[in-house]
Design a protein around this ligand. Structure first.
Ligand SMILES: [Ca+2]
Ligand SMILES: [Ca+2]
Length: 355
């Protein structure tokens, strides 16, 4: 089986398009008083963190380009495994490190300003550079999970869907991981704005498939929309309604892997947070950045409700998502993730059951 994209980097769903906007910095706490949907998402996550739900002791698998032991999460990298030819978990691209920061960064070197959605979660990093290797990683997790207890898988990657679900090995294994009880979140892809462009395995019905909210870098919500590049549903072959949900994915500031492609790319904005003249964070866009928001919030829910199922978390996220007016389902899914109301929804259904 061959990867259907043109180059090595293409299974990763983060684009590195230059950010020309200058106003709302995603990591700036002063922005929290503003009203963009990105800010509302962050506010709702902060509420969970203030309640102590930070993904503590929840194991999250990140299948990606590898990982750099960034100070914001290196103590919580519990396991690494490399399925690529490099035989090293090092992150030559920078993509996997950035995704890990969106999930599990605790803001250690930014004075708590740049944090992830589950800043106490454990990271299990799996390196894969193409479709075959990603398939091996998913299979390994399924086969070994009695021992490792991975609760969440993030796949900020995908390939152009070239066959229906029944013939798609990656999609079928991804579905199996969900059926085994793992919460799997997948980037929708960056092949928009045309319809039927959701990449596999974001095409899998059971998993949660995430589109890219673009707040246009302005504090007001009225120009917020889904990025043009965010892949659109329904899926090409099986006509499944996707994406499921949207999360911030445009100009997201998170951990930088030094000496990676991102570090050397002059068009990518970098932030030296601790002023030692070495950049610590980068600003990147794509559905790759949206998916880990959902992964981290799922981990927060699993900490809050240890017996919650993946289906219940997905149901709660989708039923509480904030719909953006006049944008159809095939672009935004149910709408923008609302972490706090996801929590309240789960609290309600789980407490009802236990009475
Ligand atoms: Ca805006
Ligand atoms: Ca620095």
């Amino acid at each position: 089986m061959k990867i259907t994209s043109n180059n090595y980097n293409n299974i990763y769903s983060g684009s590195t398009k230059k950010n020309n906007k200058d106003s709302l910095i995603s990591d700036n706490k002063s922005a929290i008083t503003l009203n963009s949907l990105k800010t509302l998402v962050k506010n709702n996550i902060e509420k969970l963190h203030e309640m102590g739900f930070k993904g503590k002791n929840v194991n999250i698998a990140i299948i990606d380009s590898g990982i750099y032991p960034h100070p914001d999460f290196k103590d919580r990298i519990k396991f690494t495994k490399d399925f690529s030819a490099s035989k090293k978990i090092t992150d030559e691209i920078g993509h996997g490190t950035h995704v890990a920061g969106i999930i599990a960064g605790n803001g250690k070197i930014s004075d708590g300003k740049i944090t992830g959605t589950a800043p106490e979660a454990n990271i299990f990093a799996f390196k894969a550079s193409n479709q075959n290797e990603a398939i091996k990683a998913v299979k390994w997790i399924i086969d070994n999970n009695d021992k490792y207890n991975i609760k969440v898988i993030n796949m900020s990657l995908g390939v152009t869907q070239s066959k229906p679900f029944k013939q798609d090995a990656w999609a079928k294994l991804t579905d199996l991981a969900w059926k085994k009880g793992i919460f799997v979140t997948v980037a929708a892809g960056n092949d928009g704005p045309n319809k039927h462009t959701i990449t596999s395995p974001g095409t899998v019905k059971s998993v949660i498939t995430v589109a890219n909210l673009d707040d246009k870098g302005t504090p007001n919500a009225d120009d917020d929309s889904i990025s043009e590049s965010s892949s659109r549903g329904p899926t090409k072959y099986d006509k499944i309604n996707k994406p499921d949900i949207s999360a911030p994915g445009t100009d997201i500031t998170a951990a930088l892997a030094p000496k990676s492609d991102f570090a050397f790319d002059p068009s990518i904005e970098k932030i030296d947070s601790n002023k030692d003249k070495k950049p610590d964070y980068v600003k990147i866009s794509g559905t790759s950045m949206a998916s880990p928001f959902i992964a981290g919030i799922a981990a927060d829910m699993i900490q809050a409700f240890p017996n919650v199922t993946n289906d219940q978390i997905k149901e709660a996220m989708m039923n509480t998502a904030v719909n953006i007016p006049n944008i159809p389902y095939y672009i935004q899914g149910k709408g923008i993730i609302d972490a706090y109301n996801t929590y309240l929804y789960l609290k309600n259904i789980l407490e009802k059951k236990s009475v």
